[in-house]
Design a binder for this molecule. Structure first.
Ligand SMILES: [Fe+2]
Ligand SMILES: [Fe+2]
Length: 152
């Protein structure tokens, strides 16, 4: 089995319910960076985080890593549109995503930390678990690639 195939199986094994949820499917309508939707961004971050974790010599909670990554931007709005409620999106959306994710799924402490801390260092509370650090890094890598229209 190739690496991409293995990653797909892993992500679907742990995150299929999230990916197929109505709310996450709606995220296909909203743009995150460049011309990448929030949906594709979240699946992308989960993929990059999984990729990083495969090469780390440490045992991680793969399930929490994948589910937290899929839910890290769990909001429904286009933050590029000027609106008072979208001001300070960078500072606020992690909290919004956590509230939404807790409404729709039961989350473990690692998943909560991943969502809440993924905007570090913009949000000053540092990630507490290795899984949160990996998603935080994967998110930045994906944001740069998407903004530069580099497909990954
Ligand atoms: Fe985010
Ligand atoms: Fe993100």
């Amino acid at each position: 089995m190739g690496l991409i195939e293995y990653m797909k199986i892993l992500i679907m094994a742990y995150g299929e319910d999230i990916i197929k949820s109505k709310y996450m499917q709606e995220q296909k309508k909203y743009i995150q960076h460049g011309n990448v939707s929030v949906f594709d961004h979240c699946v992308g971050v989960a993929s990059v985080a999984t990729y990083i974790s495969i090469f780390l010599p440490i045992k991680l909670n793969e399930r929490a890593l994948i589910r937290g990554a899929l839910l890290h931007d769990y909001f429904l709005y286009d933050w590029h549109i000027r609106d008072d409620s979208h001001k300070l999106h960078g500072f606020r959306h992690a909290k919004v995503a956590l509230i939404n994710a807790e409404r729709d799924f039961s989350l473990c402490k690692i998943e909560k930390d991943i969502i809440k801390k993924h905007m570090f260092p913009l949000n000053i509370a540092p990630p507490r678990y290795l899984e949160s650090i990996i998603v935080c890094i994967a998110d930045k890598i994906c944001a740069v690639l998407e903004t530069l229209s580099i497909s990954y």
